[in-house]
Design a protein around this ligand. Structure first.
Ligand code: NAP
Length: 283
């Protein structure tokens, strides 16, 4: 290791695993930077990384893990199953392929990326259930230490509860000051499903909002730090993405201050329902 790095707080899953509350998003949108990921691992104490088959970078991420020298047991790696690989056999194969590309013999978290599902002569509900059965089996085999879903709404989770044995350990959903799906957060809390938020900066849109700029000035922080801190203070696991070392460093400096209750309320009130990525509300 290059230097002493901080250890970030974790959130317990229902199976006792602990996910670091702050991770690094590695979406292909906006590119992937190998050196930035190495910097995050070696210099910023990032121990939670979020990728997906869809992002097309699992192999490079695997190389960065090896090059970083971070011990496997100290790292939390999430990857995701794309709907094109849904169905029992396809899902098992896709998971093994992701592990191979990442150079890992187990995943910390494997997510069904999306609730929409197309399998020949099956409803989307049946296709989700069949696919989830594969994730349950991967969990039983120890290939996935936790399993979850992404972009699932309450009715998808309710159906899965009726159709399957295991409740997902986590649901990864869009979450930022303009998109705070509190009903879904409450549902997840009541059902022991950890809520993980993606796009915490609203893909940059939140960084120029007057209320966020005002709070940044007040706390002598950057708008990005206000957004990441707000997610964390709401108890949400969060995965800001950046390909720039200075921004990754900035996005990690969020544990040395606390937003006052009235400022949390003012940020909470910015919700306008907008999605900065796909809109799952018609599913
Ligand atoms: N499950 C899903 O369906 C799903 C969907 C979308 C995203 N995700 C996950 O969530 C992660 C984060 O989402 P996201 O990347 O879409 O959105 P985001 O984290 O809200 O925003 C990332 C954007 O903000 C910029 N940025 C980052 N830090 C900044 C800073 N301190 N100051 C100014 N600009 C900054 C980045 O540019 P630079 O890179 O140029 O710094 C990038 O354009 C993804 O990487 C992915 O892992 C999951």
């Amino acid at each position: 290791m290059d230097m002493e790095v901080p250890i970030y707080p974790t959130v317990p899953l229902s199976n006792g695993q602990k996910i670091p509350i702050l991770g690094l998003g590695l979406s292909h949108q906006g590119g992937y930077s190998h050196s930035a990921l190495l910097y995050a691992l070696k210099n910023c104490g990032i121990r939670h990384i979020d990728t997906a088959k869809r992002y097309g970078n699992e192999e490079q991420v695997g190389k960065a893990i090896t090059e970083s020298g971070v011990k496997r047991e100290d790292l939390w790696v999430t990857t995701k199953l794309w709907p094109g690989d849904y169905g029992y056999d396809n899902a098992i194969q896709a998971c093994m392929d992701s592990c191979k590309r990442l150079g890992l013999d187990y995943l910390d978290l494997y997510l069904m990326h999306w609730p929409d599902a197309n399998l020949l002569s099956k409803s989307a509900r049946e296709a989700r259930a069949e696919t989830w059965k594969a994730l349950e089996d991967l969990y039983d085999r120890g290939v996935c230490r936790s399993i979850g879903v992404s972009n699932f709404l309450i009715h998808h989770l309710e159906q899965l509860k009726e159709d399957c044995d295991m409740v997902p350990h986590l649901n990864q959903v869009e979450y930022h000051p303009f998109q705070r799906p509190q009903e879904l957060v409450d549902y997840c809390n009541e059902n022991n499903i950890v809520f993980e938020g993606y796009c915490p900066l609203a893909k940059g849109q939140a960084l120029t909002h007057p209320s966020i700029l005002k709070l940044a000035k007040l706390y002598e922080k950057t708008p990005a730090q206000i957004c990441v801190r707000w997610s964390i203070q709401n108890g949400i696991v969060t995965i800001p993405k950046s390909t720039k070392e200075s921004r990754i460093h900035e996005n990690c400096q969020v544990f040395g201050f606390t937003l006052a209750d009235e400022d949390m309320l003012s940020l909470n009130s910015l919700h306008d329902g907008r999605h900065v990525t796909w809109d799952p509300s018609n599913l």
